[in-house]
Ligand binder design. Structure first.
Ligand code: HEC
Ligand code: HEC
Length: 204
């Protein structure tokens, strides 16, 4: 290839990538707040700390992760009878705005239902289960479950929602994770799922 064309190509690619980068992270939290107050509040609360345990808390979760989930509900890579039509009705900008708003909110602390499971949950979180090959959750989601763009925040999440998602990964219903979580959940017992969900609810 002509070296000038090659250079030009690389330059264009770099411009394209940074443009995409900006488009992805430029959600406007003020606009997002209005969208949430109108469309999301009944289930996720005014600030992403909804009151019902089947509806995930979204406050303080990375905007890039939330945006990925909304896109995937919209294009049905992640299935949910409830969220598919809601995300389907949002434009790309509205999704980015709502994600930016939820990410900027303060996560409320979780509630532990069965403290007797916390020790077993902590062990799985920190060390995994070498016998069955479950890896330590902390390895990807962070020591305190704080998460980042790729690995979602889990700390303080409702144990019901956590158990439901682990069940969805295990059964293959949820498969928008490049098989990372499916491989983890496949190896977990029902008891381990319950225990780790309590531990996650307890993380500040
Ligand atoms: C009628 C209740 C309801 C409404 C209204 C609703 N959601 Fe949801 N949302 C859910 C449920 C249920 C799930 C979990 C879906 C599943 O995986 O089964 C969810 C999941 C999500 C997730 C994925 C969270 C994660 O941790 O992976 C995002 C992001 C989200 N909703 C954003 C929104 C936004 C933005 C709005 C408003 C535009 C909205 N939701 C309105 C019920 C609702
Ligand atoms: C190899 C990395 C990795 C490990 C180890 C891992 N996870 Fe995950 N987890 C992920 C990824 C990646 C996602 C998000 C997938 C996506 O983009 O939808 C995820 C998502 C989740 C979700 C869904 C969160 C939500 O908001 O919907 C739960 C719950 C979860 N993980 C729990 C666990 C638990 C419990 C463990 C330990 C037993 C664990 N994870 C270990 C990579 C990992």
């Amino acid at each position: 290839m002509n070296p000038y064309l090659k250079l030009l190509g690389i330059g264009l690619l770099a411009t394209f990538h940074s443009a995409v980068g900006i488009a992805q992270s430029s959600g406007d939290p003020a606009k997002g707040k209005e969208i949430v107050a109108k469309t999301c509040v009944a289930c996720h609360g005014v600030d992403g700390n909804g009151p019902v345990p089947n509806f995930p808390k979204l406050a303080g979760t990375d905007a890039g992760y939330l945006l990925k989930q909304l896109r995937e509900f919209k294009n049905k890579r992640r299935t949910s009878e409830v969220m598919e039509p809601i995300a389907g009705a949002l434009s790309a900008d509205e999704m980015a705005d709502a994600a930016a708003f939820f990410a900027s909110q303060k996560p409320a602390p979780g509630t532990v239902k069965d403290p007797s499971l916390l020790d077993a949950g902590k062990k799985l979180w920190t060390d995994g289960n070498p016998t069955s090959g479950v890896p330590a959750c902390a390895g990807c989601h962070g020591d305190r479950g704080q998460g980042d763009e790729r690995y979602p925040r889990l700390a303080g999440q409702y144990s019901e929602y956590t158990q439901d998602q682990l069940g969805q990964f295990k059964s293959g219903k949820r498969k928008n994770d490049k098989r990372q979580m499916q491989a983890v959940a496949d190896r977990m017992s029902e008891q381990e799922i319950k225990a780790v969900a309590e531990y996650i609810a307890n993380l500040p």
